[in-house]
Design a binder for this molecule. Structure first.
Ligand code: SF4
Length: 288
């Protein structure tokens, strides 16, 4: 069998595949809706940009990050509108002000955390990666695919550490991101030959502002299994629909999904429509 030698996988790509194999297939075929609304994560994009630009010059005076917010927010909004990323009017008159306030508060809390966990050491912000890893192919022989993504902060005090910045105020959000950090750890191990000594979330709006873990070998093995299941699904052209129809509600590929095509092109439904027509016709009074 000929494998797609350029098969690559991001963390969000893996999550998409696990939620719905068909959506994963459609996104890879370029069928994602262009009208996705980015409001839900716009504030995260803004603070991310602020932090990156600040890290270019972390010797700026205390409070510098907060001052960068209004200009970067405006720039990001303009860029999103130009790209047609679903940013229209703000929901209500005060919404823009609320987002600005939230971002200012977040980066004000973030600044000392970066000074504690990142800037004293060798670090690389916004590190994009495309790292080859070898997994078993469909028939067991080794095949290379690529892990792709971007880590917010790769830090090296002694051994590697990866931190991800989260703009959430949800105290239990970290539970949903464990897998993401294992994915990043796997990338670091594949690229540098040694895994992270620890990984962490920097979540300034939560009570526990920095959440740290050490990834276990068992977690790494499970992640490789998930990655392998993704690759096999792609190679087998698996287009199974999401089991839970809730996933379809805000699906960005719903417009292209066969599950929602009009019934008349579904052969089974067409048969039942024909049967109904016969029943109706047989109950009509005979023509006179
Ligand atoms: S609409 Fe539902 S079944 Fe179709 S691709 Fe989206 S999530 Fe999957």
């Amino acid at each position: 069998m000929a494998y797609d030698s350029k098969l690559s996988l991001s963390w969000s790509g893996l999550r998409t595949f696990e939620e719905c194999h068909n959506r994963s297939r459609l996104i890879r075929a370029g069928k994602r809706s262009k009208s996705e609304n980015i409001r839900g994560y716009f504030h995260g994009t803004v603070v991310d940009r602020v932090a990156r630009e600040w890290l270019d010059d972390p010797d700026l005076p205390a409070g510098a990050m907060a001052k960068m917010v209004p200009e970067i927010l405006e720039r990001e909004e303009r860029a999103a509108k130009e790209k047609g990323d679903g940013v229209g009017r703000w929901k209500h008159a005060d919404a823009e002000e609320e987002v600005t306030e939230f971002c200012v508060e977040l980066v004000t809390r973030l600044e000392p955390l970066l000074h504690q966990y990142v800037t004293p050491y060798d670090f690389e912000p916004a590190r994009r990666f495309k790292t080859p890893i070898t997994i078993p192919g469909l028939y067991g022989s080794p095949v290379v695919i690529y892990l792709v993504g971007e880590t917010d902060y790769l830090v090296k005090p002694d051994k590697f550490e990866v931190f991800d910045l989260k703009g959430t105020a949800d105290e239990s959000y970290w539970r949903k991101t464990m897998g993401q950090m294992v994915f990043y750890d796997l990338d670091v191990e594949a690229e540098f030959g040694e895994p992270c000594s620890r990984v962490g979330l920097i979540q300034p709006m939560c009570k526990e502002q920095v959440k740290l873990w050490t990834i276990t070998d068992q977690q790494r093995r499970e992640m490789v299994q998930r990655i392998t299941a993704f690759a096999h699904g792609v190679w087998k052209q698996d287009a199974t629909y999401a089991e839970d129809r809730e996933a379809c509600k805000f699906c960005p590929t719903k417009h292209a999904c066969d599950r929602f095509k009009p019934n008349f092109i579904n052969p089974e439904r067409r048969l039942s429509i024909e049967a109904m027509r016969q029943v109706v016709q047989s109950s009509l009074p005979p023509e006179t």
